[in-house]
Design a protein around this ligand. Structure first.
Ligand SMILES: Cc1cc2nc3c(=O)[nH]c(=O)nc-3n(C[C@H](O)[C@H](O)[C@H](O)COP(=O)(O)OP(=O)(O)OC[C@H]3O[C@@H](n4cnc5c(N)ncnc54)[C@H](O)[C@@H]3O)c2cc1C
Length: 439
């Protein structure tokens, strides 16, 4: 065999010196967590001219949106079949990319418009946009320590398979979903008294698209009736179809998401077993549509709520229901209360067509910290309120606000920024009433 290049037989003998390889970075902003919240925060900060590092414990970017195969962008549109968009900015680039790559589909109604997406295309959008923006990725890096000086986080220490990394920054965004940074820095956090269940998602292939596919109500009724026979914990389920394609994202399981490291590791296998049971049910109950389906890929465990920050303001469900327009509002949505607080199902309280609820900036900042903003699953609210603002549309609005708030704060405090300047910068996400999704 010859491919034109001589083989070099030389090798180098190495022995561990006892010193762990240690890299250091100095940036304006360090973002912990590279899900949709962290990605939006990092991209917006780079757009503002900041040097940014984005860290994730996974060896890849995109968080749950990519790796847990979430399947749809929710909370982006006003209710009704053709409501206007709530969030603009970075999300425009993303929707554009998905559209150009034939990787999205807008499902209109009955509650609202949701955007189905292909997770592989989304992962490439995340990677290419962060690269183009000059954001430094530090992946496979677990946050181990946060060094503080009074009310400021000075640096974070990360552990990777290749060595340790220290990142010093002026500002920090906790986009970890579990408030990992806030907690390690020693600031107060909350955990729910009642369990909030996660789900193991899967992409299934082999759907027969020449027959009528069961829709949400039919699926729910039959699964409720049959779940026990198949050993399924959750008694309802969803299938996110792509018209004309033989694949769908299956969301039919409930899995506990404990914070104990050993227990947490077990849940992935429990979730996959539930998926397999769901596949059996679908095959047998709808043999024409699903007789030949199989799992193409299992997502990483999908985690809804675990631990979050105790912020200056604790958003409560009454404020969501009553559409309270906070003086420091930075984003909005109309997503229902979607609380997965029981093994068999979840609370699903849909709002009227003209409903809008708001996210206050004060739910994103710890009263104990000056240079830290939380984004996404770990902002502060009661579990029901959080369930309506942690879907990906409002996560992106929060990311825009976090980057701008930290930019306005500079070396000062996020508690002292001029809120109207912040609101001016994100005014599209508070005021625009256009952007109805295409059919
Ligand atoms: C099963 C399921 C279905 C859902 N369905 C929908 C839906 O259809 N539409 C929708 O809009 N929303 C949905 N949601 C909600 C939505 O997916 C999440 O709330 C959203 O993705 C949160 O994004 P995030 O960036 O805040 O967090 P994540 O995507 O969880 O990102 C956090 C990142 O931080 C990293 N991290 C955590 N701790 C550390 C650490 N110590 N060190 C280093 N890195 C760390 C993690 O690896 C992770 O990548 C669903 C959620 C689940 C679980």
């Amino acid at each position: 065999m010859s491919h034109g290049r001589p083989i070099n037989p030389a090798t180098t003998i190495v022995r561990h010196s006892g010193e762990v390889l240690h890299r250091e970075l100095d940036v304006d902003l360090c973002v912990i967590g590279a899900g949709i919240s962290g990605t939006t925060t990092a991209l917006e900060a780079a757009r503002l001219g900041k040097t940014v590092a984005i860290v994730d414990g996974l060896p890849t970017l995109g968080g749950q949106a990519v790796n847990s195969i979430i399947g749809t962008f929710c909370g982006l549109y006003r209710n009704g079949t053709h409501g206007h968009r709530f969030t603009f900015g970075i999300v425009d680039d993303m929707l554009d990319y998905l559209d150009r790559n034939d990787a999205s589909y807008y499902r209109h109604g009955p509650t609202t418009t949701v955007v189905h997406y292909n997770e592989i295309a989304l992962s490439r959008w995340v990677e290419t946009s962060l690269d183009t923006a000059g954001v430094i990725p530090v992946t496979g890096a677990i946050l181990r320590e946060a060094e503080t000086d009074g009310r400021r986080i000075k640096s974070v220490k990360l552990v990777t398979r290749y060595g340790d990394v220290t990142i010093r920054a002026e500002g920090f965004a906790d986009c970890s979903g579990d408030a990992a940074l806030t907690y390690l820095a020693g600031f107060e956090c909350r955990e729910p008294d009642e369990k909030v269940y996660g789900s193991q998602q899967a992409v299934v292939e082999g759907i027969d698209i020449n027959v009528e596919l069961p829709q949400r109500e039919e699926l729910s009724e039959r699964i409720a009736e049959k779940a026990e026979d198949y050993g399924l914990i959750r008694k309802n389920g969803l299938m996110f179809y792509f018209p004309g394609k033989e694949v769908a994202v299956m969301n039919m399981t409930h899995v506990e998401t404990p914070l104990d490291p050993i227990e947490a590791s077990r849940t992935s296998h429990i979730g996959k077993e539930q998926v397999d049971r769901g596949i059996k049910l679908l095959r047998e109950q709808w043999p024409e549509a699903f007789g030949n389906i199989k799992v193409r890929s299992y997502g990483f465990p999908g985690i809804r709520q675990t631990r979050w920050i105790k912020a200056k303001h604790h958003l409560v469900v009454d404020e969501v229901v009553s559409e309270k327009k906070f003086d420091d509002a930075i984003g909005r949505t109309a997503w229902p209360i979607e609380l997965h607080n029981a093994p068999e199902g979840f609370v699903w309280d849909v709002f009227d067509e003209d409903h809008t609820h708001y996210i206050p900036f004060s739910s994103m900042i710890s009263p104990e910290a000056d240079n830290l903003v939380a984004v996404g699953r770990c902002i502060d609210g009661d579990p029901a309120a959080l369930s309506s603002v942690r879907v990906m549309g409002p996560c992106m609005a929060q990311g825009m606000a976090a980057a701008n708030a930290l930019d306005l704060a500079g070396s000062g405090s996020v508690h002292q920024i001029d809120i109207s300047s912040l609101q001016d910068r994100v005014s599209d996400n508070l005021n625009r009433t256009d952007g109805v999704a295409p059919d």
